[in-house]
Design a protein around this ligand. Structure first.
Ligand code: ATP
Length: 400
């Protein structure tokens, strides 16, 4: 027996298909004995080539003949891949995770933009390489093979046989399993059942294989083709790097610290923006409409609040961070107002530039503004977008 390490990416299109489904079919159709769960590796969520969640797959198979199993894999994928997809399939006998370039390849794939030269050490050293369309999928397939599950989570994906019919109450039962998360939104609506035309019936995320299997045992549905548990880098924040204001680059996701420099503003469509200033410059931060109640957190910010924000950066509009989470480091709890006249009890007015304040009625003078304590509803600490608006890679607060 020998081990075949198999990387797979880009088999679907917006109109159907899903690479996790293709991976599950390979596991089902090949005579193999996987020594570990398949890896579902989410890569840089900002790349423009993704269909949805930028997921790539790595499978480890125990087979009699690696070359033969690779050929079988290619024919399964040929039957499943969607026209127009840039499918990439890579196989190798040696485990790429043992190579010194592996960590760098994965990190670049999850945080930045890969080029063909980045995957040359892998696909240049194996005869088991197949691609369709433009073959862009070879980039993701190689990065998935390079991922060593350190910090990792699990997702059970069930595939549908026909319509998506899942009993809502049973989803709430599943969501109650300890160690299972992001199944429901705060308002109780299920977020684990997609509405796209893909074969996924539902996905259950959790800290362990046992937790997601227990949750699955509680789900009531009649439309199941099958299911598979994947080990994933979802919920790890692996896509986030430290950034500093003024040197943020598009197609990257950052953790940036700064001070709110003006009141939050809500624009048409319900999107909320505020400006964050730091030593090297300033950036707009956005909480878009789908982030629902998280926008109330953002609306509760005031000039002078110190924050660390997390999110992907876009150059449009002069540079915007699309918020996934924020940490309030300190709240500005004071406000400077014109002094009150001790005699008349009325608010004083400016007496002119650098001349302090004066009561219009009795002429009493004061040198400076008065500091008032402001009551803040917002709390210091972390605030996150709801599960329905969360990126796959984004770390839910319950994992902190
Ligand atoms: P699904 O998750 O529904 O299967 P998807 O959202 O994963 O679809 P793909 O169809 O896999 O999207 O398309 C993503 C494409 O982008 C793939 O060809 C992949 O190789 C490529 N890609 C992924 N990450 C990077 C990256 N960091 N740099 C360059 N290309 C990338």
């Amino acid at each position: 027996m020998e081990t075949l390490h198999l990387g797979l990416d880009d088999t679907d299109s917006p109109y159907g298909g899903c690479t996790t489904h293709a991976a599950w079919r390979i596991l089902r159709e090949l005579d193999c004995d996987p020594p570990e769960p398949p890896s579902l590796v989410r890569l840089n969520p900002t790349v423009p080539w993704k269909t949805r969640g930028n997921g790539a797959l790595a499978l480890r198979l125990r087979v009699e003949d690696a070359e033969g199993a690779f050929e079988e894999t290619v024919s399964v994928i040929e039957g499943l891949r969607r026209p127009g997809s840039d499918t990439g399939i890579v196989g190798c006998r040696e485990d790429p995770r043992d190579e010194e370039w592996a960590e760098g390849l994965y990190r670049k794939g999850v945080t930045s933009v890969l080029e063909r030269k980045d995957v040359a050490p892998l696909i240049g050293n194996t005869s088991m390489v197949e691609s369709f369309g433009g073959g862009r999928g070879l980039l993701g397939a190689s990065a998935a093979l390079a991922w060593s599950p350190g910090d990792s989570t699990y997702e059970l994906l069930a595939y549908r046989d026909g319509a998506r019919e899942v009993d809502d109450a049973s989803i709430r039962d599943a969501a109650a399993v300890k160690g299972v998360w992001d199944t429901l939104d705060p308002d109780g609506s299920p977020v684990c059942v997609p509405s796209t035309p893909c074969p996924v019936l539902l996905g259950l995320r959790g800290d362990s294989e046992e937790a997601v299997l227990e949750a699955w045992s509680r789900v009531k549905t009649d439309s199941v083709e099958g299911f598979c548990v994947f080990r994933t880098n979802q919920g790890t924040d692996d896509h986030v790097v430290n950034g500093s204001m003024g040197s943020l680059k598009p197609r990257r996701s950052y953790r940036v610290t700064g001070t709110v420099s003006g009141p939050p503003r809500t624009i048409e469509g319900g999107h909320v923006f505020f400006n964050l200033e730091g030593p090297g410059g300033a950036v707009d931060c956005a909480a878009y409409e789908p982030t629902k109640g998280f926008r109330d957190v953002v609306r509760g910010l005031r000039e002078g609040d110190r924050l660390t924000v997390y999110g992907s950066y876009r150059e449009s509009g002069g540079g915007t961070v699309n918020l996934e989470r924020l940490e309030v480091l300190s709240l500005n709890r004071s406000e400077l107002v014109n002094p009150t006249c001790p005699g008349c009890g009325r608010s004083m007015e400016s007496a002119g530039r650098n001349q302090g304040y004066r009561c219009r009625r009795c002429g009493t003078r004061a040198d400076s503004k008065t500091e008032l304590k402001v009551k803040r509803e917002l709390e210091e600490g972390f605030h996150e977008v709801p599960p329905s608006a969360r990126r796959h890679l984004s770390k839910p607060l319950r994992r902190f």
